[in-house]
Ligand binder design. Structure first.
Ligand code: FPP
Length: 214
């Protein structure tokens, strides 16, 4: 969800303002994903590398996360949205861990769209953890690793969208992206609307996927 900082800067506002508008976009896109019947939507909210940011920005992001879960949980419950977290969220502040675990428990049996939020997430770390778990159980095969990934309860990744003109994966879903389609846009995350999501899906629908076959 790149571009919050640049979105705010263009308006001569602090980065926190951009992140706040970024949460509005999260809310709108989650509702749109549900309306479009998407099985799952995974959002990269905080990477394991984001700890390098200034402490006040990290505090702002954590504050937004708290408010988001507190305010939006009832809507998820009412609308059959299942919340999942990928990443090492247990390292976040204890009150956030509690909020997250309560929200996951309250939505665990929902069968509509799964909203997965990546928190303290790094794909290389995820793969290393999964490989270690697979090794502890037996042979390290692609299937055994896949079964131990944080995304094991999610459907295969079909489409990966990156906003704000960045054209790299930045340690997000590296394993899962093996056969995913990619869609890059210059739109900054706070401006990313359901119409943009629809555009990405339309283009995705027009692509031929061969998964290495022919
Ligand atoms: C990247 O933009 C964005 C982030 C590192 C944070 C994304 C977080 C949110 C949208 C809010 C919290 C999320 C939830 C689910 C409540 P950037 O800061 O790198 O912007 P820039 O690339 O323009 O500098």
């Amino acid at each position: 969800m790149d571009g919050n900082g640049r979105w705010a800067k263009k308006r001569m506002m602090p980065r926190a303002f951009g992140h706040k508008r970024g949460v509005e976009a999260v809310r709108e896109i989650t509702r749109a994903a549900r309306g479009m019947g998407l099985e799952a939507l995974t959002l990269y909210a905080f990477s394991s590398e984001n700890w390098k940011r200034p402490a006040d920005e990290i505090a702002d992001l954590m504050g937004l996360l708290r408010t988001f879960i507190r305010n939006d949980l009832d809507e998820f419950v009412a609308n059959n949205v299942r919340l999942r977290i990928i990443g090492e969220y247990q390292a976040l502040a204890p009150d956030i861990v509690e909020l997250i675990e309560d929200a996951m428990a309250r939505t665990a049996h929902n069968t509509g769209t799964t909203l997965a939020i990546a928190l303290n997430y790094g794909s290389q770390q995820e793969i290393a953890r999964a490989a270690a778990k697979a090794a502890a159980k037996g042979a390290i095969t692609p299937e055994a690793i896949e079964a131990e990934l944080d995304t094991a309860s999610l459907p295969p990744l079909d489409l990966l969208i990156r906003t704000s003109g960045e054209v790299r994966l930045s340690n997000f879903l590296l394993w899962q992206a093996a056969y995913a389609e990619m869609w890059f846009t210059d739109v900054l995350w706070p401006d990313f609307s359901p119409a943009h999501l629809q555009e990405a899906l339309d283009q995705f629908g027009a692509r031929e996927r061969r998964f290495g076959g022919r």
